[in-house]
Design a protein around this ligand. Sequence first.
Ligand SMILES: [Fe+2]
Length: 406
Amino acid sequence: MESAFFGFEMPTRLLFGIGAVGNLGFEFSTHEWKSALIVTDEGVYRAGLTQPVESQLQDFGVRYEVYTGVVPNPTIASIESAVPMAQDKEVVIAVGGGSVMDSAKLVNAIRTYGGNVRDYEGTDTVPGMCKPLIAIPTTAGTGSEVTFISMFTDPERHQKMPVMSRYLAPHLAIVDPEMTRRLPPAATAQTGLDALTHAIEAIVDQQANPMSDVLAFEAIRLIFRYLPRAVKNGEDDMEARSAMAFSATIAGAAFNNSMVGLAHAMAHAIGGLYDLPHGLCCAIALPVAMHFNLEPRRQRFEQIASVIGFANTESEAVPMPGASVAGWFWDKTFTAEDSVLQVRQLMTEVDVPAHLIDVGISVSETDLDKLVELTLADGSILFNPVLPEPEQVRELLRHIATYTAD
Ligand SMILES: [Fe+2]
């Protein structure tokens, strides 16, 4: 064990499984809650994903409104405009992906303690317990349903800012794989690779601990086994959807305790500057950050490569989630470098681009200056195994920006 002393927190109660949203009304009646604000975005709303939530509220006589104004990489204005609608409600329910859940956490903090979004920027800025918040993810990636973290975008600075507080954590996460059934292949792939980035960074960064390891290694095994199936045949393959939903939640619980690292620091910089999806930014940054971290964490990457190798060859008889940890072994035939190759192969298999130029973005020297500055200013980088020099970050970002031969 790397560390004999560690702490681990997951204050969020979890209801997991196909049909789990059907328990929402019972939760309201148990707590005698009579009103709710559903926080979501236009895409989720138009896809009909608030319908099962609304049906539950209607069946149990709950007065509710729906706020559909969350935007990708949520801005301060998009979050603050939901607050007046939340003021006279007992519960906030987030129905959506990371942007929606992150927004709802801040709406909930502001409706509880007042102020505005910028007042909460930083760590431990929420003074105490917040009013009830329920998170219902519609993607399998962010893990925000069980984390203390919310990211918002400051449009003036083109920068993604973190809010971190244990009091941001939802009181209840209802993770229902059915909510992800119709997620399109590209979004399935990108959000799944966000979860993979959480898991890999949770294992290699400075605060990794035995508890986060168990969750993160299992998430890696499941993602390699099931993400290609979820991308190729997500509407019919609920076993794959379930495994991905479970992976995202346990990877979220893992990195919520051990934190992320360089890949997320670069992903936040890129996402903030170019307004790109977080999962895509993570996917593009991950192999480059892994390569940078190989030397200080060689053993850890060998273990990651072994688990991926196991996932790629395990028999169908291996039970689905959570049960195979004891069956892992550290296979010395895998090298640390194999882990980077395996991640690149998975990205190719699920059709996610490897460089920014592949998504039509050419990075100017001025942009590169800004990206280096944003990466080094991002809090995630503090937990990376080693702190890169500005010139090293610049080089890594060059690799991310464009095709290179290596
Ligand atoms: Fe992430």
